[in-house]
Design a protein around this ligand. Structure first.
Ligand SMILES: Nc1nc2c(ncn2[C@@H]2O[C@H](COP(=O)(O)OP(=O)(O)O)[C@@H](O)[C@H]2O)c(=O)[nH]1
Ligand SMILES: Nc1ncnc2c1ncn2[C@@H]1O[C@H](COP(=O)(O)OP(=O)(O)O)[C@@H](O)[C@H]1O
Length: 207
């Protein structure tokens, strides 16, 4: 077990969303948080990448330098961390604690290294993979998003190929959702989480 302190704070089971960059994780997650704002809370990761237009420090990510991030890792502040496409990303213990302290379902948006590492903890998460319909569609969505340089785009597409294979490994994900039509994919995501959503709603109604 990598971290035993998290368990003491345990509320409802956390949800891990993973999948290739551009598969639609943020889009689906934002829809879910909007519809169920009193049910889900987002685990705000740290990253060394630069903010995109519209991204807010402390809301989308904690945007930090490599030095600050490494110091936090060395201090033991992180549950997991990974290098993705030339940048560092990581989930701090505080990010998960903050959400669980509010008795909300904690959602983590992390890459496949994060999935492997979170599986070693006692977080007892639900693992959901969001996949694109094809690599061609993924590339088009990433290009249309206009957030990446050509180099960053190519790195993400290379990582996507590995991620798409990883999603097929037996026993890793509880649910794999192919995000073709957004409304259909969103419906599948809600279905996968229905039990947890109802549990949180019942608990908050009775308290
Ligand atoms: N391991 C890990 N991966 C993360 C974390 N935060 C974000 N990621 C992943 O890092 C990758 C890149 O994220 P980002 O730069 O926001 O790009 P995007 O996925 O294309 O929107 C995605 O696969 C995220 O799921 C984290 O705290 N830990
Ligand atoms: N089902 C879908 N159909 C068409 N475009 C989509 C769909 N889902 C997401 N997108 C678009 O694809 C791009 C990548 O989605 P995003 O949520 O940023 O992916 P991720 O968070 O997995 O990197 C965004 O521009 C988003 O608006």
């Amino acid at each position: 077990m990598r971290d035993a302190t998290i368990k003491a704070m345990a509320g409802p089971r956390p949800v891990v969303l993973s999948g290739p960059s551009g598969a639609g994780k943020s889009t689906l997650l934002k829809k879910l948080m909007k519809e169920y704002d009193s049910v889900f809370g987002f685990s705000v990761s740290h990253t060394t990448r630069s903010p995109r237009p519209g991204e807010e420090n402390g809301k989308d990510y904690h945007f930090v330098t490599r030095e600050v991030m490494q110091a936090g890792i060395d201090k033991g502040d992180f549950i997991e961390n990974a290098e993705f496409s030339g940048n560092m990303y990581g989930t701090s213990k505080a990010a998960v604690h903050d959400v669980q302290a509010k008795n909300l379902i904690c959602i983590l948006d992390i890459d496949m290294q994060g999935v492997r590492n979170i599986k070693q903890t006692d977080l007892n998460a639900i693992y959901i993979s969001i996949q694109p319909p094809s690599t061609e569609i993924l590339e088009k969505r990433l290009r249309d998003r206009k957030t990446e340089s050509e180099d960053s785009l190519q790195r993400r597409l290379r990582a996507a190929k590995v991620d798409m294979e990883f999603s097929k490994e037996a026993g890793v994900f509880d649910v794999v959702i192919v995000n073709d039509n957004l409304d259909v994919a969103y419906g599948q995501l809600k279905d996968a989480l229905l039990e947890e959503i109802n549990m949180v709603k019942k608990t908050s109604a009775s308290s």
